[in-house]
Design a binder for this molecule. Structure first.
Ligand SMILES: Cc1cc2nc3c(=O)[nH]c(=O)nc-3n(C[C@H](O)[C@H](O)[C@H](O)COP(=O)(O)OP(=O)(O)OC[C@H]3O[C@@H](n4cnc5c(N)ncnc54)[C@H](O)[C@@H]3O)c2cc1C
Length: 490
C-alpha cells in the first residue's frame, strides 16, 4: 500500500516561499501543498507601473552566476522574458564630493585587477593609492588567526582606510546596507580571504584573474576583459553584464510562480501564522489569524526574526538562535522626471555613496538607463536607497521628508527639476546582516541548520542564512524541497 499524500505547508509567500513551494510541487507531485501569506505575494519583490514608468519596489536584478535563480526562471518558461542590463549602462559610479566618478575598469568590489585605470582614477588620493599598493608586500594573515574578520578590519589591514571608506564600504557594505565594522567577510566575500591566502595579495590575485579571463576570452593580458561582456571570470567592476531582470520587472517572476502554483496548490492570501507546535498527529499544527492548519511538514520562508516568533513555543532554543541574526530597515524612493528636468543624469546603471560623504542616499539606480523598458521615451527614472544598518534613523520621517532629502542629495550630483511623481516603499527589518558577532554568521547558521536538521518535516528558507539575493533563496528552496522530500520518503 502506498503512503498517503503528505500535506506540506509553506509559511511566507515572498520569492523564497514561492520558489520553495514550486520546488516542492515538482519534487513531490503527490503532496498536498498549502502556502499562506500575510500581506502580498512576492514579499519585498514587486513592481508597479505608473504613467508608463516601471517601478521596482524592492529588488530589480538577478545575478546570473548563481545558477538557481536562472534555473527557476528557465523552469518557469520565462527565459525569453529575461532582460540584460542595457549595454551603454554597464558600469557604475562612486560619489566623491560633488562628482560621480566611474568605477575604474578592472576594479572588483574592493581590489583593482588593472593598475593603469586605477592609477588614473581620482577615486582615491595618491597616499590612498600608495597605501593600497602595500597589499603587494604585506604578509598574509596567519593561519592561527581564525576569528571571523569584519569587512572594516580586513580592508584596513590589506588596502588601507581610504580604500575602505571610498570603495569597499559603499560597494560591498552597500549590498547588505551593512555596517562594515560588523559585516563578516567570511560570510559575504570569502573569495577575498581565499585570494589573500593563495596569492598573498588581493591585487596580485585580481591581476591573475584578469589575465585568466583575458586568456579564456581568447584575448591578451592587455586586452579588454570582463565588464561589458560579463563573463563569469570577469574582473571588471561590479560586472553589470551579469545582472538580469525580466521584461516588465521582477513582478513577472512572482506572477508566474503564483499562476503555476495556483493550478494545484492551495494559495491563501491574508493568512498570518501566529505560532507553530508539534501536532498530535506527529506533524505540525500552525495557528493562524484564521484558524489552525495541520501539516506533515512545514517550510518557514520568512525573515529570521519572523521565523523566531513563530517557533518560540515549538523550539525556544532555535527561536533564540534565530533572533541573533540582526536585520536592517531600508526604503526605496522612485523618482520620475521629464528628461528636460533631469539633464546630465549619467548613462550608467547607478552609483553608490560612501558613508564619509554624510548623505542620506546610500545608492541610486538610474533605472531608465539600466534596463530598456523602465521609462517612456523622453523621461528619466531614478531609484534611491535610504536607511541601512547605520542610518535607520533616516527613515524616521514621513514620505515627503524622505523624498525631499533624496532630492537635496541627488541635486548635489546633477541638475534635477521637480519630479513628475515619487513613490516610497519602506522595508522594515528586511535586510539581514551577516555579522561577525558571536563567533560569526557562518557559525551561527551552522548551529541553526543543525537544529533544523533535528526537526523532522521542517525547513527554514530565508535571507538570514546563506545569501540575501533571489538566486540564493531559489537555491535554498531547492534544498528545502529536497530535505522535506527525503524525510517523507525515509
Ligand atoms: C530594497 C531591496 C532591494 C533588493 N535588491 C535586490 C536585488 O536587486 N537582487 C536580489 O537578488 N536581491 C535583492 N534584495 C534582497 C531580496 O530581494 C530579498 O532578500 C528576498 O526577496 C527576500 O525574500 P523572502 O521570500 O525570503 O522574504 P520576503 O520577501 O520578506 O517575504 C516574506 C513573506 O512572508 C510574509 N510573512 C511574514 N510573516 C508571516 C507570517 N507570520 N505568516 C504568513 N506570512 C508571513 C511576508 O508578508 C512576506 O510576504 C533586495 C532587498 C530589498 C529590501
Amino acid at each position: 500500500m502506498s503512503a498517503p499524500a503528505p500535506h506540506i505547508l509553506v509559511i511566507g509567500g515572498g520569492s523564497g516561499g514561492l520558489a520553495t513551494a514550486y520546488r516542492l510541487r515538482r519534487r513531490l507531485p503527490q503532496a498536498r501543498i498549502t502556502i499562506i501569506e500575510a500581506k502580498r505575494w512576492g514579499g519585498v519583490t514587486g513592481t508597479s507601473v505608473r504613467d508608463g514608468f516601471v517601478l521596482e519596489h524592492g529588488p530589480d536584478s538577478i545575478i546570473r552566476v548563481k545558477p538557481a535563480g536562472m534555473r527557476l526562471i528557465a523552469d518557469l518558461g520565462l527565459t525569453d522574458q529575461v532582460q540584460s542590463t542595457a549595454p551603454a549602462a554597464r558600469h557604475g559610479l562612486i560619489a566623491r564630493g560633488n562628482r560621480l566618478i566611474p568605477i575604474p575598469e578592472g576594479l572588483y568590489l574592493m581590489a583593482p585587477g588593472k593598475i593603469a585605470p586605477f592609477l588614473r582614477s581620482p577615486l582615491l588620493s595618491w597616499p590612498g593609492k600608495l597605501r593600497m599598493a602595500c597589499d603587494l608586500v604585506l604578509p598574509r594573515r596567519g593561519e592561527f588567526a581564525r576569528d571571523d574578520e569584519s569587512l572594516g578590519r580586513f580592508v584596513r589591514r590589506r588596502l588601507g582606510r581610504e580604500a575602505l571608506e571610498r570603495i569597499a564600504q559603499p560597494l560591498v557594505g552597500g549590498i547588505y546596507t551593512a555596517d562594515p565594522e560588523e559585516l563578516s567577510v567570511a560570510a559575504t566575500m570569502p573569495q577575498f580571504l581565499e585570494m589573500e591566502q593563495t596569492h598573498g595579495s588581493l591585487i596580485l590575485a585580481m591581476m591573475e584573474r584578469s589575465r585568466q579571463a583575458a586568456l579564456a576570452a581568447g584575448g591578451t593580458t592587455g586586452g579588454k576583459v570582463g565588464g561589458q561582456s560579463g563573463g563569469e571570470n570577469s574582473a571588471s567592476g561590479p560586472r553589470y553584464g551579469l545582472f538580469a531582470s525580466l521584461n516588465g520587472g521582477l513582478q513577472r517572476l512572482v506572477d508566474r510562480l503564483v499562476e503555476v502554483l495556483s493550478r494545484d496548490c492551495d494559495l491563501r492570501l491574508g493568512v498570518r501564522a501566529t505560532h507553530l507546535h508539534r501536532g498530535d498527529h506527529g506533524g505540525w499544527t500552525v495557528g493562524t489569524n484564521n484558524g489552525s492548519i495541520d501539516a506533515d511538514a512545514v517550510a518557514l520562508a520568512l525573515p529570521a526574526h519572523a521565523a523566531a516568533e513563530l517557533l518560540t513555543p515549538a523550539d525556544p532554543a532555535l527561536a533564540e538562535l534565530l533572533t541573533t541574526i540582526p536585520y536592517a530597515s531600508v526604503a526605496t524612493v522612485n523618482l520620475a522626471f521629464s528628461a528636460a528636468d533631469a539633464p546630465g543624469v549619467p548613462q550608467a546603471a547607478g552609483f553608490v555613496v560612501p558613508e564619509v560623504e554624510h548623505r542620506s542616499v546610500l545608492a541610486c539606480t538610474i533605472a531608465s538607463a539600466k534596463y530598456a523598458d523602465r521609462a517612456p521615451p523622453g523621461t528619466v527614472l531614478l531609484r534611491a536607497f535610504v536607511g541601512g544598518a547605520r542610518h535607520e534613523d533616516a527613515l524616521n520621517v514621513d514620505d515627503d521628508s524622505l523624498v525631499h532629502s533624496c532630492l537635496t542629495d541627488l541635486r548635489r550630483w546633477f541638475t534635477l527639476g521637480e519630479p513628475r511623481f515619487t513613490v516610497v516603499h519602506r522595508w522594515p527589518k528586511a535586510m539581514a546582516q551577516y555579522t561577525v558577532a558571536g563567533g560569526g554568521h557562518l557559525a551561527r547558521v551552522a548551529r541553526i541548520r543543525a537544529r533544523e536538521a533535528a526537526l523532522s518535516g521542517f525547513a527554514l528558507v530565508g535571507n538570514g542564512y546563506e545569501g540575501v539575493g533571489i538566486p540564493d533563496l531559489a537555491a535554498q528552496g531547492e534544498a528545502a524541497a529536497e530535505r522535506i522530500a527525503r524525510s517523507w520518503s525515509a
